[in-house]
Design a binder for this molecule. Sequence first.
Ligand code: C8P
Length: 285
Amino acid sequence: QTGSPRNFPFRCLQISSFANTTWTRTDGLAWLWELQTHAWRNGSDSIHFLKPWSRGNFSPQQWEDLQHILGVYRSSFTRDIQEFAIMLSKVYPFELQLSAGCEAYPGNASESFLHVAFQGTHVVSFQGTYWEPAPDAPLWLNRAIEELNKDQGTREMVQSLLSDTCPQLASGLLEAGKSELEQQVKPKAWLSQGPSPGSDRLQLECHVSGFYPKPVWVMWMRGEQDQPETQRGDVLPNADDTWYLRVTLDVAAGEAAGLSCRVKHSSLGGQDIVLHWDGSRSSST
Ligand code: C8P
């Protein structure tokens, strides 16, 4: 995995909650690959820069312009959605999520997207120069889309944000944050005994934490033999941009001795971490 130029998608997310006709909130966040770069909190006028390199290669003036566009957008969005809710008789509460971004490819090419979800389901996308319904979108959305498409000013702004601003910002961020994105952080691993799954049975836990990037391989083994009953949890985020994973195995109490947990991660350069279950700890009740 060396030498080949990698692509890192840049994603801007918006989460808007409409609790009732008067209470709403909108938060935004931006990610370059696995790293959060920006936050845009409800009630705050400014974009928060979460990394020393979050300004990328934009000038203070460009950030100010962008902040202004977003400030106008947030209040217009809230107003427009409340009007749509009346027009389409939508019942509160509801959630809207927007995901927009781009990925730069070698040779100045880039691909952008903007998708909208209503109650967690994809309903609208921006394609080329128009708003379009998602393939299985409910019919009531067509009226909202028709309204949105009448606003040429917004369509032009969205188009230019997606095709110019986004790739420009993403490539500047990528350049400035490259070393952090491509860093390798080694996991620490430890074993513990989980809650007993039944009489004469043990739950062996293998914890792996502090690694970056996210892909990791963890298995319970007997010698060279993978234990297929190994149960893998979700890879969870730590607060410092590293990851955590817990992997368990339920075994008969008498069979715990001789088991080990093996961890493979890109940071370890082939030197897997292997932790042996200490048979003496399984004898306790
Ligand atoms: O503010 C604007 C244009 C900027 C749009 C930026 C979109 C960014 C999306 C995003 C943000 C964060 C993370 C991810 C993605 N337009 C609003 C103001 O527009 C006025 C004029 O009408 C324009 O012609 C122009 O002059 C503009 C200049 O400032 O001022 C406009 O009101 C717009 O409609 C706001 C909402 C746009 C997004 C609509 C999403 C569609 C959701 C449909 C779901 C329907 C569910 C109904 C319950």
